[in-house]
Design a protein around this ligand. Structure first.
Ligand code: C2E
Ligand code: MG
Ligand code: MG
Length: 791
C-alpha cells in the first residue's frame, strides 16, 4: 500500500508485536534534523518456523498529510463559525431547494429552521418585486445565470412571517460542495440603508429648490426628523472674529426655533471646528460640563460636522443633538457630511451676497451707509411721510477744513479723521437715525418721519445737530497728534411739497453753505431765500481761485503800539478787492480758502508780499520800526516744509529774520505737538518771533502752553471788549500774569476805547493794537501814518 519510495523498512524490537504474533499499526513522532516528523508505521512479527523471533517494520513519513488535515479541519471550523455567526444571512441550495442556512437567516425571515429547509427561497418572496416584475420569473433568471458561473448581485424583496416585505441585497453564486453543484445565497438586510438613502433623497429634494434661510430651515427640519433627534442646527462662526457661533436655523421637536448665538469655549462644537466631525453617542453633557447651552438642552448624544469654505477653512457646523443616546452614529456621520458640503456652499453664497450688498450700500471707509443707501431711505421716508402726514428731517454735516487736512497732513490722516468723526457721529445720533457718508467729508443724518408736525421734526433735527456739533467740538486724537475738526450743518424738514429726494439733498446743501457762511459750528435750516446766498459762496471759491493771478489780493497793515505810544510793529492783514463785490473780509474768504486748499497759494502769496514790502521799505529808508506780523493758517503751518518755505522767502528778499513775526492760533499748534515744538524752535533759531493769536479762545491753553517756545501772547479782542464793563477782569488779569510768568510779551488786540486801553495798562499789558491807534491801512496810508508820526 505504501508508495515504495516513501517507505522505510526497518527492524524493530517490539515485544508486544512479537508476542502477539500479529502486525500492528502505529502513528509515531520522531525528531529528525530538529524538525518533528510524523510517521505512520506498520510493525509485524517475523516468524521463524511459526514462532516469532523478531519484529520488522515499514514506516511512512506522513508529516505533510497530517498538517493538511489539521488545516482543513481548522478551515472548516472557521468556515462554520463564519457561516453560523455571519451578519448576513447565508442559504445553501441544491436543485433549488434550501439545504442549510445560518442563524441570521432564521432571524431575518423570522421563521424556524424546519419551515425553511426543503423550501425554495421564492416561498419567502412576495409575488412581485419592487420594480413590478414577477418574483418567480426573476428568480429563475438569476438562478440560471448563477449556475452558469456568472455570480449575481441584486436587490430583492422578501417578506417576514407577518407578511411585511423588506429589502435585501442578494449575492448568488454556484459552487461545488461534495461533488455536487450547489448555490450559495448571501442575503443582506438593507432596510436601514434604504431608509437612509430615501431620507437623503428626500432631504435633497426638499432642500434643493430652497435657498437662503429656507434652505437651512428645511435642512435642519429634515435632519431632526431623520435621526429622530430633539435638536438639529446649522451655525456659522461669527465673522467679527469673536469665538462664537451664530445659528442660521435651529429645529427643535420638529419645528423651527429661534436662532441662537453661543460661545465656543468648552463645547463639543469647538472640537468639531478644530478637529473635524465628532460623535458623542452618549454622556455628552458629562463630557462638557461647562457648556451651559448643552446642559440647558439636556444633551445626551451629539454629532457634529464642520462646514468649510473654498479654502478648506472651517466656517461653521451642522449639529444633531438628542436628549437620548444615539444608537448608531456611524449612519449619521456620512449624511451630515454630505449636507455639510451643500450647506457650506450655500453659506458661502449667502456671505458673498451679503458682502456685495454691503459693498453696494456701505461706505467702505467708515462703515456708515453710503450715498446710495441714503437716497433709497430718503425716498422711502419721503413717501412714508406723505402718506402718513408725518415729518422727519435730514441733516447734511460738513467738516471744517477737511480738504486742507487731507492735503497738508496726508490722506492717511484724513482717512483716520473721517473714521473718528464717523465714530463720534454714531455716538451722538440716536439708534433711530441713519448716518451716511456721502463722499469726501460730507456726512448725512436722516431723522425718520415720525413726527406729527414740522415744528417737532425741526426740534428733533436741531437736537441731533447740536449733539453732533458738541461731539465734534473736542479735539480728535489722530495718530500721534490731536486735531480740531469742527463742522457745519444744513438741515431740511421733510417731506416738502412735491420735492424729490434730490431736491431735499440740494436744499440741505444750500442750508449747509449758509451755515458755513455764518461761521463755524453752525446749524441752519433750509429756507427758500437761502438759495441766492449759497450761490454766492460757490462763486466766492471760484473767484478766489483767480484772485491771486488777477492781483485782486492786497495787504493792509495795522500798527502796534507800546504803553509809551511807540510803534513796536505792525500786523499784515489780507484784503480781497473783489471785482464786483468790492472789499471781501478775510473772515469770509479765509475759511473758504482753507476748505478748498487754496490756503496754500494764498499763504505763500502773503508771506512773499509781506516780506517783499518790508524789505523794500527798509531799503527805501521808511521809518518802520519793530516787526511785521503775518497770520499763518494752521494748514500752512502743518506743512512739513513750512520752515524751509519761510527761510527761502527771507533769503530771497534779503530780510533779517528778526523783523518777521508769525501769528499762529492754538489750533495750528495743537496737532502734532512734538512737530510743532520742533518747527517753532527752528523758526526762533532763525530769529523769527512767534505770537499766539486769539489767545484765550482755544481749548486747553494752559495745559500745553508751557511746552511751546513762544514770544508773544495776543489777547483776543473778545476779552478786550469785556473791559468796558465792570471793574473786575480776572480773565485778562490771569492772561497777563501767565505772559509775565512765562516771560512772554503780551499784546491786546482790538483796542477801541480809552477805557479799554487804561484798564489794560493798569493790568500790566505792554502792547496794543486796535482802532484806537490805527485801523488796518493800505500801504500808502501806512507810509503816510509813519511819516506823520516822525518827530
Ligand atoms: P486776527 O489775526 O485776529 O486779526 C485781527 C482782526 O481784528 C483783523 O480783522 C483786524 O482788522 C481786526 N481789528 C483790529 N483792530 C480792531 C479793532 O479795534 N476793533 C475791531 N472790531 N476789529 C479790529 P480782519 O482783518 O478782518 O481779519 C480777520 C482775521 O482774518 C484775522 O484775525 C486773521 O485770523 C485772518 N487773516 C487776516 N489776514 C490773514 C492772512 O494774511 N492770512 C491768514 N491765514 N489769515 C488772515
Ligand atoms: Mg492776527
Ligand atoms: Mg486775533
Amino acid at each position: 500500500v505504501f508508495p515504495a519510495e516513501q517507505a522505510r523498512v526497518f527492524r524493530a524490537n517490539d515485544v508486544k508485536v512479537r508476542d502477539s504474533g500479529r502486525p500492528q499499526e502505529f502513528v509515531e513522532m520522531a525528531s529528525q534534523d530538529g524538525v518533528t516528523h510524523t510517521y505512520s508505521s506498520l510493525k509485524f512479527p517475523v516468524l521463524n518456523g511459526g514462532s516469532p523471533y523478531a519484529v520488522g517494520g515499514v514506516s511512512l513519513d506522513v508529516t505533510e498529510q497530517k498538517q493538511a488535515e489539521a488545516s482543513l479541519r481548522r478551515s472548516e471550523a472557521r468556515y462554520h463559525a463564519l457561516f453560523a455567526q455571519a451578519d448576513d444571512a447565508i442559504f445553501l441550495m441544491e436543485d433549488g431547494r434550501l439545504t442549510d442556512c445560518n442563524a441570521r437567516a432564521l432571524e431575518m425571515l423570522g421563521r424556524r429552521r424546519e419551515e425553511i429547509l426543503g423550501n425554495t427561497l421564492l416561498a419567502f418572496s412576495p409575488p412581485r418585486q419592487a420594480n413590478g416584475r414577477d418574483s418567480a420569473e426573476s428568480a429563475a433568471e438569476k438562478i440560471q445565470a448563477a449556475y452558469g458561473d456568472v455570480p449575481q448581485r441584486f436587490e430583492w424583496l422578501y417578506s417576514r412571517a407577518d407578511g411585511t416585505p423588506f429589502q435585501v441585497e442578494v449575492s448568488l453564486a454556484a459552487m461545488d460542495l461534495e461533488n455536487r453543484r450547489s448555490l450559495q445565497a448571501i442575503v443582506r438586510d438593507i432596510t436601514e440603508r434604504k431608509r437612509l438613502e430615501d431620507a437623503l433623497r428626500n432631504i435633497a429634494a426638499g432642500v434643493s429648490a430652497a435657498t437662503g434661510e429656507t434652505f437651512f430651515q428645511q435642512l435642519v427640519l429634515h435632519l431632526g426628523k431623520l435621526f429622530d433627534a430633539k435638536y438639529a442646527f446649522i451655525g456659522l462662526l461669527d465673522e467679527t472674529g469673536r469665538n462664537q457661533i451664530n445659528t442660521l436655523a435651529v429645529s427643535q421637536d420638529g419645528a423651527i426655533a429661534d436662532n441662537i448665538s453661543y460661545r465656543l469655549d468648552d463645547t463639543p462644537c469647538a472640537n468639531v471646528l478644530g478637529q473635524g466631525p465628532c460623535a458623542y453617542p452618549e454622556h455628552v453633557r458629562q463630557l462638557f460640563p461647562k457648556d451651559v447651552l448643552l446642559q440647558q438642552m439636556g444633551g445626551e448624544s451629539y454629532i457634529g460636522t464642520p462646514l468649510f469654505d473654498a479654502a478648506g477653512k472651517p466656517i461653521g457646523l451642522i449639529v444633531v443633538l438628542d436628549t437620548r443616546p444615539m444608537a448608531d452614529t456611524r449612519q449619521v456621520e456620512p449624511i451630515l457630511e454630505i449636507f455639510a458640503a451643500r450647506a457650506s456652499a450655500e453659506a458661502q453664497r449667502i456671505r458673498a451676497e451679503a458682502h456685495i450688498r454691503q459693498m453696494a450700500y456701505q461706505d467702505y471707509l467708515t462703515g456708515l451707509a453710503n450715498r446710495a443707501l441714503l437716497h433709497e431711505r430718503l425716498a422711502e421716508q419721503l413717501a412714508l411721510g406723505r402718506v402718513s402726514s408725518r415729518f422727519g428731517a435730514m441733516l447734511l454735516i460738513d467738516l471744517d477744513h477737511f480738504k486742507t487736512i487731507n492735503d497738508a497732513l496726508s490722506h492717511d490722516v484724513g482717512d483716520e479723521v473721517l473714521r473718528g468723526v464717523a465714530r463720534r457721529l454714531g455716538e451722538a445720533a440716536g439708534a433711530d437715525i441713519l448716518l451716511a457718508r456721502l463722499g469726501g467729508d460730507e456726512f448725512a443724518a436722516l431723522v425718520p418721519t415720525d413726527f406729527d408736525n414740522r415744528e417737532d421734526a425741526a426740534r428733533k433735527a436741531r437736537t441731533v445737530a447740536e449733539r453732533v456739533l458738541q461731539a465734534l467740538s473736542s479735539p480728535l486724537a489722530v495718530g500721534e497728534g490731536v486735531l480740531n475738526v469742527g463742522a457745519s450743518i444744513g438741515a431740511v424738514v421733510l417731506p416738502e411739497d412735491g420735492e424729490s429726494e434730490l431736491d431735499i439733498l440740494r436744499h440741505a446743501e444750500i442750508a449747509l453753505y449758509h451755515a458755513k457762511s455764518m461761521g463755524r459750528g453752525n446749524v441752519q435750516f433750509f429756507l427758500p431765500g437761502l438759495q441766492a446766498m449759497a450761490e454766492t459762496r460757490l462763486q466766492l471759491e471760484e473767484g478766489l481761485r483767480r484772485a491771486i493771478a488777477h492781483q485782486e489780493l492786497v495787504l493792509h497793515f495795522q500798527p502796534q503800539i507800546d504803553a509809551a505810544g511807540r510803534m513796536v510793529g505792525a500786523e499784515a492783514l489780507l484784503r480781497w478787492n473783489h471785482p464786483e463785490r468790492g472789499a471781501v473780509s478775510p473772515v469770509e474768504f479765509v475759511p473758504v480758502a482753507e476748505e478748498s486748499g487754496l490756503i496754500h497759494p494764498l499763504g505763500t502769496w502773503v508771506l512773499e508780499q509781506a516780506c517783499g514790502r518790508l524789505a523794500a521799505w527798509l531799503r527805501e529808508g521808511v521809518p518802520f520800526t519793530g516787526h511785521l506780523s503775518i497770520n499763518v493758517s494752521p494748514w500752512q503751518f502743518a506743512r512739513e516744509d513750512f520752515v524751509q518755505q519761510v527761510t527761502r522767502v527771507l533769503d530771497r528778499c534779503g530780510l533779517p529774520a528778526g523783523r518777521l513775526m508769525l501769528e499762529l492760533t492754538e489750533s495750528a499748534l495743537l496737532y502734532d505737538l512734538e512737530g510743532t515744538v520742533q518747527k517753532l524752535h527752528a523758526l526762533r533759531a532763525l530769529g523769527l518771533g512767534v505770537a499766539l493769536d486769539d489767545f484765550g479762545t482755544g481749548y486747553s491753553s494752559l495745559a500745553y502752553l508751557k511746552d511751546l517756545p513762544l514770544d508773544v501772547l495776543k489777547i483776543d479782542q473778545a476779552f478786550v471788549r469785556e473791559l468796558d464793563r465792570g471793574t473786575d477782569h480776572p480773565l485778562v488779569e490771569t492772561m497777563i500774569a501767565i505772559g509775565r510768568h512765562m516771560r512772554l510779551g503780551v499784546i491786546a488786540e482790538g483796542v477801541e476805547t480809552a477805557v479799554q486801553h487804561d484798564t489794560l495798562v493798569k493790568l500790566g499789558c505792554e502792547n496794543f493794537q486796535g482802532y484806537l491807534f490805527a485801523k488796518p491801512l493800505p500801504e500808502a496810508d501806512l507810509l503816510k501814518w509813519l511819516a506823520d508820526r516822525r518827530p
